[in-house]
Design a protein around this ligand. Structure first.
Ligand SMILES: [Mg+2]
Length: 218
């Protein structure tokens, strides 16, 4: 698209009151725990929020495996530093930011986020934190708040933003349902089946169209 056309297209849609809330892993970047699982050869660590609805159970399970295998934060950060956003994710998020306010609502951790957010030009990110001992051992995690994704959408709506939300996992469902509009993105079969009332998009082009159509109809 040439420059004049791109500017025209973005200005048609640009409205700072319209906000897009996106999940991070599985949407813009690969699943960090799956990449780490592959790097260290521990298949149990492949389990993610796409498979396990209970986040506390999932995190305690992960921390237990890390402790048993003497794996520490720097081991995970080394793997993350070699990861890249999913193909097309940079272009997609960059185009979104020219039309809408974009906020990433993620259950990842501040200690994981920086290298990949740098590769996405640092969109706004709300996430959680890990509790780390002096020697780098992961001892626990701290949620920013309970059900933080849904509460963030609620808060944006309370200040009169119009919100569209998309994500791929169990932990995105309440955010999508709380938003004015939303859909699943590349969700696993089980979630598509359980949530047949939600549309699932599978490409950035389709997600972009769904978002544009939602806001243009308001
Ligand atoms: Mg996800």
């Amino acid at each position: 698209m040439d420059c004049a056309l791109l500017t025209f297209s973005c200005l048609c849609y640009y409205n700072p009151m319209n906000m897009v809330c996106l999940d991070l892993e599985g949407v813009l970047i690969p699943e960090i725990w799956i990449a780490f699982s592959n790097a260290v050869g521990i298949p149990e660590l492949r389990r993610t929020t796409r498979d396990e609805p209970d986040y506390d159970k999932l995190m305690n399970f992960r921390i237990d495996i890390l402790t048993k295998n003497n794996l520490k934060l720097p081991d995970i950060q080394r793997v993350i530093s070699c990861m890249d956003p999913l193909p097309g994710a940079f272009e997609f998020s960059d185009a979104l930011r020219k039309k809408y306010q974009l906020v990433i609502l993620s259950d990842t951790f501040e200690q994981f986020a920086k290298p990949l957010m740098a590769k996405l030009s640092f969109p706004s990110l709300f996430c959680n934190s890990l509790e780390i001992a002096k020697d780098g051992t992961v001892t626990g995690y701290r949620l920013r708040q309970q059900n933080g994704k849904r509460e963030a959408v609620k808060a944006f709506k309370s200040i009169n933003m119009r919100v569209f939300a998309a994500g791929d996992s169990f932990n995105d469902l309440s955010m999508i349902r709380e938003a004015d509009g939303g859909c699943l993105f590349r969700a696993p079969e089980q979630i598509r089946k359980d949530c047949s009332d939600l549309t699932c998009t599978d490409s950035f082009d389709d997600l972009q169209k769904k978002i544009d159509d939602f806001f243009i109809c308001l």
